[in-house]
Design a protein around this ligand. Structure first.
Ligand SMILES: Cc1ncc(COP(=O)(O)O)c(C=O)c1O
Length: 397
């Protein structure tokens, strides 16, 4: 096997001159932390989410935060989650989806996946809630994750918890922009949380956005985002300051989850580019599908309407073949990843909740056979062709 010197990274962020000059402008402005850029980013993001027409719904409120993990924590705190509560989460997700449940002293209720998308299976959710018994109201929230950017069947999720007082918090870390027939992913539940981590579909390096139409949740999250202080720092220190900067009250033990203007300035440019970046990812996804479709026993992702194509996850016949393929690609300098090793296989979650892989047969199977291929705006035709060639050669397609 020839070892190529050229590498195809699994991911590379698309940062252009506009992002760089936006950051320089903020640095020159004298105001680095949360301020006009963060506020403008929130407004513009809310406008984007309302596209094409909110159809008489209440407006979306948006709050920029310094990570999706922070946003998810704020969301559950606003819902009033605490010890004794259960929060339904998929086992096939990143640990952040479940860890925030523990921050608040509550416990996750792990749910298996549906086989086609890997998303939380509504039937398994229904069964898990029914198993607790009709009079058991411990399930306070459910966190569907739009895995890889493939939107969850939100109608089926809502149906599974019908008649129960369960709040829906969407983990939309992978799902921007994802326009479904019901609206944008992240606005389909009670609260939605997006991630702008370095590898996400749009990035601020680290960062996130929370969206909700519920003004009570919005007010609580706004307060808790910054120390439980009843005024925003921008109002306290800027030349627009309403009154004496030191006069503020603390009304709750809040967190430090605000987004800096440096990050928001990057986010505003990335947001303007979001549709074009999606178009590029979709072109790559279509090409992978066209050129890998005839390989026997290789499963390819569905191209659902509204797919954000954060990840392109293929599935081989078995784990041995997946590992072999990953090794062959790595040997050619081509990066891949696995999304995800399910939480029921992670030491902390497994031991804390005595989780057994046999109770998550679909998620367990998918995770062993899955491989995420390079998919990022700027990935050249040539490098994608090389990636496809190595896959075809290895799997004899
Ligand atoms: C499904 C999912 N949820 C939440 C997160 C957390 O995002 P962040 O890194 O912005 O906190 C991630 C990050 O990769 C994720 O993949």
């Amino acid at each position: 096997m020839s070892r190529s010197t050229k590498t195809v990274p699994f991911f590379k962020p698309s940062i252009g001159r506009a992002e760089i000059s936006a950051v320089i402008s903020v640095m020159k402005s004298g105001w680095l932390t949360t301020g006009p850029e963060a506020m403008a980013f929130e407004r513009e993001f809310a406008d984007f989410l309302e596209l094409p027409d909110p159809a008489g719904k209440r407006p979306v409120h948006t709050l920029s935060v310094n990570s999706a993990t922070a946003g998810l924590h704020l969301a559950l705190e606003a819902v009033g989650v605490g010890p004794g509560d259960l929060i339904a989460v998929p086992s096939l997700t990143f640990t952040a989806t479940a860890e925030i449940v523990r921050y608040l002293g509550a416990d996750p209720l792990f749910i298996d996946s549906e086989s086609q998308t890997g998303n939380m299976d509504p039937d398994s959710l229904k069964k898990a809630v029914e198993k607790l018994g009709v009079s058991d109201n411990r399930v306070k929230a459910v966190i569907p994750v739009h895995l890889a950017g493939h939107p969850c069947d939100m109608k089926a999720i809502r149906k599974a918890i019908e008649g129960k007082d369960v709040t829906v918090v969407e983990d939309a870390a992978h799902a921007f922009p994802s326009e479904t027939s019901e609206g944008m992913a992240g606005t389909l539940g009670d609260i939605g949380v997006f991630s702008f981590y370095a590898t996400k579909t749009i990035t601020t390096g680290e960062g996130g956005m929370v969206a909700t139409r519920n003004p009570v949740y919005e007010a609580r999250m706004r307060l808790m985002r910054l120390h439980g202080i009843d005024r925003v720092v921008w109002n306290r220190y800027s030349k627009n300051a309403e009154s004496r900067s030191w006069e503020y009250d603390v009304t709750a033990p809040g967190f430090k989850y605000n987004m800096s203007d440096l990050a928001a300035a990057i986010g505003r440019i990335q947001l303007k580019r979001a549709d074009n970046l999606l178009r590029e990812r979709r072109t790559l996804a279509v090409r992978y599908k066209e050129q890998l479709t005839d390989i026997p026993d290789l499963e390819l992702p569905d191209d659902a309407p509204g797919h954000a194509w954060h990840l392109f996850i293929i599935r081989t016949r078995n784990r041995g073949l997946r590992d072999h393929l990953a090794d062959e690609l790595a040997g050619e300098g081509i990066g891949t990843s696995v999304h995800f090793i399910p939480l029921h296989r992670m030491t902390y979650w497994k031991s804390q909740y005595e989780l057994n892989p046999l109770n998550f047969p679909i998620a367990d199977d998918l995770a062993q056979r899955s491989l995420s291929l390079p998919l990022w705006p700027g990935l050249s035709r040539k490098n994608q062709r090389r990636t496809i060639e190595v896959i075809r050669r290895t799997l004899h397609g």
